[in-house]
Ligand binder design. Structure first.
Ligand SMILES: NC(=O)c1ccc[n+]([C@@H]2O[C@H](COP(=O)([O-])OP(=O)(O)OC[C@H]3O[C@@H](n4cnc5c(N)ncnc54)[C@H](O)[C@@H]3O)[C@@H](O)[C@H]2O)c1
Ligand SMILES: OCCc1c[nH]c2ccccc12
Length: 256
């Protein structure tokens, strides 16, 4: 099966299972497949929340990049448009220039909200010197083995939301590790899967969790179970403190 067909199938599976937030990116080349999946689903645009990202290279024309993304997605706006990584812009001035262009595309209505991804505190300090619009969100790698508390705290203070990518990493990439036991113990206590515990640990810190699976059983399981319970604050804290004993970075962007 071709890549687009896989993406169309995965999109249809997600939409049929009540997942309405779709996370895409210019550089993942998944926008055409997601667009075809949305079209085939017949789901009303207003029910969907579509995010995509611009790489943000030096001298990139952000408005033109967004037009290409919209055309691939078959949409006339995205709900959220993100600068994918801080470093592609090459310099602090480059980063500021990209953010100014993000503000301009938001003003056209083609991106309802604008934000960033993989930003550290120093990247915010650079763009906030010239920003007129605060980024709505920072999408970062976030799981017990990469908690990024400095940037999470910075964003909380500024009113910038956080979304977690690779939220299942302690389960899928980081084994054996110090949270294995507490994940298992809490899954048993709540009658859910360890994946539900991993996602809940994000949600119970007011962090949006972005996950993916091609398995309908897992997608249904997360929708049914993750939203049906809450961890106690001391359980969230226990996972955090055990998680701090190990570091695992999947995407490998964070510098420190
Ligand atoms: N902004 C960025 O730079 C960036 C980087 C990476 C990913 N992302 C986004 O975040 C999304 C999620 O990231 P991810 O895929 O790393 O997240 P994730 O931690 O949710 O891992 C998903 C993977 O785990 C597998 N899985 C799900 N449940 C499992 C279970 N119970 N046991 C074992 N395996 C299981 C799935 O099949 C899938 O391959 C991506 O689709 C992408 O859109 C963004
Ligand atoms: O999601 C992948 C993140 C990433 C790592 N290196 C990059 C370079 C350009 C754009 C995105 C990325």
């Amino acid at each position: 099966m071709g890549k687009d067909e896989d993406i169309i199938k995965a999109t249809a599976l997600a939409l049929n299972n009540d997942y309405y937030h779709l996370d895409c990116a210019e550089c993942y080349r998944n926008e055409s497949g997601v667009g075809a999946g949305i079209k085939a689903s017949g789901i009303e645009r207003s029910k969907l929340y579509v995010t995509t990202k611009v790489v943000g290279t030096i001298d990139q024309d952000v408005a033109a990049a967004l037009d290409v993304s919209l055309s691939k997605l078959g949409l006339d706006y995205v709900d959220l448009y993100l600068v994918h990584v801080p470093f592609s812009a090459g310099s602090p001035e480059g980063q500021q220039k990209i953010w100014t262009q993000m503000e301009a595309v938001q003003a056209t209505g083609k991106a309802k909200s604008i934000g960033v991804s993989n930003f550290e505190v120093e990247d915010f300090e650079i763009i906030l010197k010239t920003a007129k619009v605060l980024p709505a969100i920072n999408q970062i790698e976030f799981h017990p083995y990469l908690q990024q508390r400095d940037v999470v705290e910075f964003c909380r203070k500024k009113g910038i939301a956080i979304s977690a990518y690779s939220p299942l990493s302690a389960l899928t990439q980081g084994r054996p590790g110090p949270v294995d036991e507490v994940y298992a113990e809490l899954a048993k206590k709540y009658g859910v899967s360890e994946g539900d515990i991993a996602l809940r640990w994000c949600l119970d810190q007011d962090i949006v969790a972005i996950t993916t699976s091609k398995s309908e059983e897992r997608l249904q399981g997360y929708m049914a179970k993750t939203l049906s319970f809450k961890l106690e604050p001391q359980e969230v804290e226990k996972i955090s403190s055990l998680g701090n004993q190990k570091r695992y970075q999947g995407v490998g962007i964070r510098k420190s």
